[in-house]
Design a protein around this ligand. Sequence first.
Ligand SMILES: [Zn+2]
Length: 163
Amino acid sequence: MFLTVHATVGAIIGDKVSNPFLSFLLAIIFHFIFDMIPHGDKALSCFAKTESQPGIISADKFRTFVKAAAFDGGLVLILILSGFGFQIFKNPLSVAFGIVGGILPDIAVSFYYMVSKNIFLKKFEQIHAFVHEGIIKSELPLKIGILMQTIIAVILISIVIMY
Ligand SMILES: [Zn+2]
């Protein structure tokens, strides 16, 4: 799912759970729970899954991926800065830990593809991919997935603002 969704879930957890480490842990668990839901962004992934060349990407797919990631990452940054700037959180430290826990799994997977083929990162990538595709095996079309994720994000952001 988009980082916007994962970061917002992390912020909600952090604001409810005052212990930063518990918030961090719960946000990671909820990352996987949300990733289990079919969400249609498989088409945006530009990383080839072949065992021999896991980092090989096509230039076209990469361009689309960078656009989506820049939009998603930019939105996360705006939301985080707004949340902290307007001081809407009761537990800011815990919220920060929740946001980091919420987005860390996807950062670790990107790190595996782009930077390091470390054995722990590889195992983590496999678990992440299994949760994504191996538990609920249906996938939504990209447009439906983006619409669904946008609705989820709007609901979650409303929860952050109102509660
Ligand atoms: Zn993920």
